[in-house]
Design a protein around this ligand. Structure first.
Ligand code: FE2
Length: 174
């Protein structure tokens, strides 16, 4: 399910993250994908890594935004759009998989994805309205704590159960 374009975008994201990590010399307080549990389907692990990478890169950008030498607003807007687009793809891939294998709890899982997507859209709208210090601080908490915290909990609960079921019913680790 990965393409050359995906790989290219992923490289770009990693380069961006590496650049800001180098600039800020800190990854403290972030949730590290390497330390999160894996599920039974590899495509889901790839999507989860992408989500943590996006959130971490956004957090670092927002940290910089509080400095005079921080990034321009367009960089934050681009990363918010990347996080949203990647999350839409991530959820759609899981939902296609649940439909294909008729996973029994797919309606609940789908509803949870819709709730979190709407939450992300609301956070993006907040940035569209203003770029104040209050908004930056709020979004920084979302990117560094609330969204990754939700994702970690979702991985160890709903995603683990779903991936195990599909794996047991013949789903391959694509
Ligand atoms: Fe999920």
């Amino acid at each position: 399910m990965s393409s050359g374009l995906d790989d290219c975008q992923s490289d770009h994201r990693r380069n961006l993250l590496a650049l800001y990590v180098e600039k800020n010399n800190s990854l403290l307080s972030m949730i590290d994908f390497e330390r999160t549990p894996r599920v039974a389907l590899e495509f889901m692990n790839r999507e989860h890594q992408k989500a943590f990478d996006d959130a971490n890169a956004l957090k670092i950008l927002l940290d910089s935004a509080l400095d005079a030498s921080g990034p321009v607003a367009a960089d934050i807007e681009n990363l918010l759009q990347t996080l949203l687009a990647d999350t839409v793809t991530h959820f759609e891939l899981e939902q296609q998989c649940m439909e294909e294998y008729l996973f029994p709890a797919r309606a609940d899982h789908y509803r949870e994805h819709q709730r979190v997507l709407q939450w992300m859209i609301d956070e993006h709208s907040r940035w569209d309205r203003d770029h104040s210090v209050e908004t930056i601080t709020h979004l920084r908490r979302y990117a560094s704590d609330e969204f990754p915290g939700w994702l970690l909990n979702h991985i160890v609960t709903m995603d683990t159960v779903m991936a195990s079921y599909i794996h047991r019913h013949g789903g391959t680790s694509i």
